[in-house]
Design a protein around this ligand. Structure first.
Ligand code: FAD
Length: 411
């Protein structure tokens, strides 16, 4: 055994690191929650066959590193082509192909062709270098024209980033468009199965996993030769007061949005046209997407019930983040009824709320210069977190790519 390694955080990053490092090192994972998984955590109702993620999750066909990990761990997954739509001016429009763009009624033919060409250009660009220092709110109207930008992108950017939409790098938009595949995938038995398999492999390699074990200060881990922190940078700042001020300022300059998912288990689907993912292109709505999970995954796995995620991103001090599930449902219900006039609260069997303060890095034009390296200013203390996966948006595939790079450093 070459190193005694402490890994702080039992999310996918911490667990994949422990899986990679445990065959040749003595590894211990410390997780503050009672349950492993972090942002990919799941829950299961008694009569369900599969657990469900607290935040909606799916695979993309270009998730190479993640698909390889699933194969290595003998985890089955599948892909299909669920319907993506947009809600606008009181209507739902399918919006996931060239044909759906052509039949979309709120742009003329020239505007549609220009919007389609802009997307094709962004998809073809091999990287984001030309765009990273430019603002999305400037580049998108230039590329696709003012009208297409105003009806298609502006409401979505505003819904996700609010007032901060004016600071978002065009490079972030490139990554979102480049990444999105028409086919989406899911893990058989849910993402919990990935967590269970990683846990089993770590234990097989004699690695230790300690849950309900928050690390409050790195000094608690003096017996370890190396420490790898996999939490968001603000948490690292709290547990490592010895970090030099310049580095603290660098980490503190990375801003994040919080996310909130209200999950409804219902007797009937809210989205009756088989849409899986509905982008809300209306600035007055208090959420940015509806994800009807069971229009993608068979309701049979959830005792025949239907599952809807109501998803929104908010500044970390937003009042919604202090509200309980009852108050949020009351707030959201009138908007659900706008989308489906027949939807009744009585159709809800139960519901639950998931929140995370550190859910989405805000990628500004100079973001790249603030990204911390794996090696921190403290000897033998490393940081691996989703804020480092630029230019890609947070996503498990890139988390795993980062883990593989760090594991190679330790090999
Ligand atoms: C709404 C939403 C939807 C998403 N959808 C997708 C998707 O469809 N596909 C995809 O690939 N990715 C998706 N993601 C991103 C994906 O969930 C993350 O990239 C991934 O789970 C990050 O894992 P992580 O281990 O790096 O971080 P985290 O999951 O944040 O793990 C960090 C862990 O550290 C623990 N911790 C914190 N402080 C301490 C402490 N002091 N001591 C010990 N432990 C501590 C936390 O409890 C947590 O378990 C989504 C994220 C969100 C928010």
């Amino acid at each position: 055994m070459s190193n005694r390694i402490a890994i702080i955080g039992g999310g996918i990053t911490g667990l994949t690191l422990a899986y990679r490092l445990s065959p040749r090192n003595k590894v211990t994972v410390f997780e503050k929650e009672k349950v492993l998984g972090g942002l990919a955590i799941s829950f299961k109702k008694e009569n369900w066959q599969w657990p469900l993620e607290n935040f909606y999750h799916h695979l993309f066909t270009n998730d190479k590193e993640l698909l390889k990990l699933l194969k290595d761990l003998k985890i089955n997954y599948f892909f299909s082509r669920p319907k993506t739509s947009i809600y606008q001016k009181g209507q739902i429009y399918q919006f996931d192909s060239a044909i759906s763009l052509l039949t979309y009624p709120h742009l003329n033919l020239y505007q549609k062709l220009r919007a389609g060409t802009a997307i094709a250009i962004l998809k073809t660009l091999p990287n984001e270098k030309l765009l990273r220092e430019k603002l999305a709110v400037h580049i998108l109207p230039q590329l696709m024209g003012d009208k297409a930008y105003q009806v298609l992108w502006e409401p979505l950017l505003c819904g996700k980033f609010g007032q901060q939409m004016n600071q978002i790098s065009a490079g972030w938009i490139w990554a979102r468009i480049k990444k999105r595949s028409q086919k989406l995938g899911y893990i058989k038995n849910g993402y919990q199965y990935l967590i269970d398999r990683l846990t089993a492999e770590i234990k097989k390699n004699k690695g230790q996993i300690k849950v309900n074990y928050p690390i409050k200060n790195l000094n608690q881990l003096k017996n370890f030769s190396k420490i790898i922190v996999t939490t968001s940078p603000p948490i690292f700042l709290k547990i490592a007061p010895a970090l030099p001020q310049k580095y603290k300022n660098q980490l503190a300059s990375i801003k994040m949005l919080a996310a909130l998912n209200l999950i409804l288990v219902t007797k009937k689907p809210l989205l009756t046209d088989n849409t899986y993912w509905l982008n809300i292109s209306d600035r007055n709505f208090p959420f940015v997407a509806l994800v009807q999970h069971t229009n993608f995954i068979n309701p049979h796995f959830y005792n025949g019930n239907h599952i809807l995620y109501i998803g929104g991103y908010y500044p970390q001090n937003h009042p919604y983040l202090k509200m309980n599930k009852e108050s949020l449902l009351k707030k959201f219900l009138p908007y659900l009824k706008k989308i489906n006039h027949h939807f009744q609260q009585s159709a809800i069997i139960n519901y639950q709320l998931s929140k995370s303060l550190y859910a989405q890095p805000i990628v500004t034009p100079h973001y790249q210069k603030t990204i911390p390296s794996y090696q921190t200013p403290i000897d033998n203390v490393y940081l691996v977190c989703m804020e480092q996966i630029y230019p890609w948006d947070r996503g498990i595939n890139y988390t795993i790519k980062t883990v593989n790079k760090l594991a190679n450093l330790f090999a």
